[in-house]
Design a protein around this ligand. Structure first.
Ligand code: PLP
Length: 262
């Protein structure tokens, strides 16, 4: 009997249910992919802010990888919140140990409310140890700036930043334009064969965007788990976000979560 497609998210939880592992599970479920999870950190969080975060002991992170790879047939994985350099190193070790590919690296750094989800000193570990293992890296503009140590002001700068990230060892790069102050959101994609394209969409006027980045990387991971090609999985991820961002649900008093039912 053919196995149901299975994927893995390696990330932090959100008690408010909108971002992190909760967004990943909901996205994969909506994409008809079974979601397994390595919890790296737990956050006390709602739509207003992250109130507290706690990274699990690394032997507990190791144990989750062991449990998953003893049993499941994981076809694609993604990383999200990794907390600090010690946890980046732990996750990198496990990615190598279990030959985890294809791998989407969402280099989550700071929550919308301003709380750091990755310590500053861990950015070097992400660059040197994690990005070289990535099939696709999906930074937003501030993350791309932090990774490349550049200021990105226009499309030309975006292209230069993507090339720089590719030269760090990432096979494919998406620089997400959601933080642009513009009516059109343009995401830039640089593929491993050197071809590139822009994915443009009208900016949706909503504050309910919590967990958008997690959702995009999970939708791409889901498409890859089902056997899509990389360009097709990337376009699917973008269209998934475009659809669900327009179907508001109102919960909480701040940056509300997405509604993952298409
Ligand atoms: N909390 C966790 C655990 C996350 O992984 C993320 C995003 O990756 C966030 C919060 C931030 O979500 P947002 O910036 O969309 O509010």
């Amino acid at each position: 009997m053919k196995q149901y497609p299975q994927a893995l998210t390696i990330a932090g939880t959100d008690s408010g249910g909108g971002a992190g592992i909760q967004a990943d599970i909901k996205t994969m479920q909506a994409c008809h992919v079974f979601s397994t999870n390595v919890v790296v950190a737990v956050t006390a969080q709602n739509t207003l802010d992250v109130q507290k975060a706690f990274a699990l002991p690394t032997d507990m992170v190791d144990a989750q990888f062991a449990s998953i790879y003893e049993d499941f047939d994981i076809k694609a994985a993604k990383t999200g919140m990794l907390a600090d350099a010690e946890h980046v190193a732990c996750v990198v070790q496990n990615i190598k140990k279990y030959h985890i590919q294809p791998l989407i690296v969402d280099p989550v750094m700071v929550a919308k409310g301003g709380t750091r989800l990755l310590s500053k000193d861990a950015i070097d570990s992400v660059i040197h140890d994690l990005i070289p293992l990535a099939t696709i890296v999906t930074p937003n503009l501030p993350e791309a700036e932090a990774i490349t140590n550049m200021t990105i002001k226009n499309h030309e700068d975006t292209r230069t930043a993507a090339k720089k990230i590719a030269s760090m060892g990432a096979k494919n790069v998406i620089i997400k334009g959601g933080h642009q102050d513009s009516d059109i959101i343009s995401d830039y994609v640089l593929l491993s064969d050197g071809t590139d394209f822009w994915m443009a969409s009208p900016k949706v006027d909503t504050i309910r965007t919590h967990g958008t980045g997690d959702t995009l990387s999970s939708a791409i991971a889901s498409a890859l788990a089902k056997g899509d090609t990389i360009p097709s999985a990337i376009r699917f991820g973008k269209s998934f976000i475009e659809t669900i961002i327009q179907q508001d649900i109102i919960v909480g008093h701040g940056h509300g979560p997405l509604n993952h039912w298409k």
